[in-house]
Design a protein around this ligand. Structure first.
Ligand SMILES: CC(C)(COP(=O)(O)OP(=O)(O)OC[C@H]1O[C@@H](n2cnc3c(N)ncnc32)[C@H](O)[C@@H]1OP(=O)(O)O)[C@@H](O)C(=O)NCCC(=O)NCCS
Length: 206
């Protein structure tokens, strides 16, 4: 029986010089598509805290909606980056609801978590609570939003994200609701593309 090369690797010679010895085990086959392990919701959930200042106000003296939207996008982006372990861009932002005015001095708690994952996209849910500077208590729910983030590679191309592993009944409800929103988003987009194609075929809209 023919001998095989036995490794005589040392720290100084990691490959090792050739010597006759027992066969090395066969390497395991590499899967065609790399397996990405799931991640629990709690692994990327965050709360971003920010005190509202006079610079943040609109003409009415309350906080400008765009300031709150920026904080929402920041918090959601941090969550998407953590979950996908790399860069992720905002693909869509919908259902941004402003429920109560935010005032100067309020401590905003911007709570964000991944609700749902697809192949390369994630829905992040954000809930904004204002703790009033002159009141104790749990704070008031002032805004909510749902954002779609797409994980991207160095060329800006979508890349695969780890599947989300919802942990609680509330996480599982959020997953189901996000799936409904996803279905509606895609259906709405398809319907609009189709309408525009039909109108273009009829020579309408210039
Ligand atoms: C977001 C972006 C990377 C998507 O690229 P794309 O080539 O259209 O990607 P795809 O069509 O392959 O879609 C990728 C994923 O995003 C989802 N997606 C894309 N646009 C979407 C939208 N408007 N709403 C919901 N999901 C969307 C797709 O369903 C798909 O999800 P899946 O892989 O989980 O099934 C690209 O449009 C982009 O770079 N946009 C600019 C992002 C940016 O600059 N954001 C900051 C705004 S200032």
């Amino acid at each position: 029986m023919g001998g095989v090369i036995e490794s005589s690797a040392t720290p100084q010679n990691p490959v090792g010089a050739g010597r006759v010895g027992p066969a090395a085990p066969e390497p395991l086959p590499t899967p065609a598509v790399p397996v990405i392990l799931g991640k629990p919701t709690s692994a990327s959930r965050i709360t971003l805290s920010h005190i509202m200042s006079a610079h943040d106000t609109n003409l009415l003296g309350t906080v400008h909606g765009g300031v709150v939207m920026k904080l929402v996008d920041d918090a959601a982006g941090a969550v998407a980056g953590r979950h996908s372990e790399g860069p992720a861009v905002t693909g869509a932002m919908d259902e941004m609801a402003f429920l109560e005015p935010v005032r100067v001095g309020d401590l905003l708690q911007v709570k964000a978590q991944v609700n749902w994952t697809g192949k390369t996209s994630m829905e992040v849910g954000v809930r904004v609570v204002a703790e009033r500077w002159n009141e104790s208590g749990p704070g008031e729910h002032v805004a909510s939003a749902y954002l779609v983030f797409v994980a991207v590679d160095a060329e800006g191309k979508p890349r695969q994200v780890p599947p989300l592993l919802p942990e609680t009944d509330r996480d599982r409800r959020r997953w189901q609701e996000a799936q409904i929103r996803r279905t509606h988003r895609l259906a709405r987009r398809r319907a609009i593309v189709e309408l525009r194609r039909e109108r273009a075929a009829e020579g309408l809209d210039g």
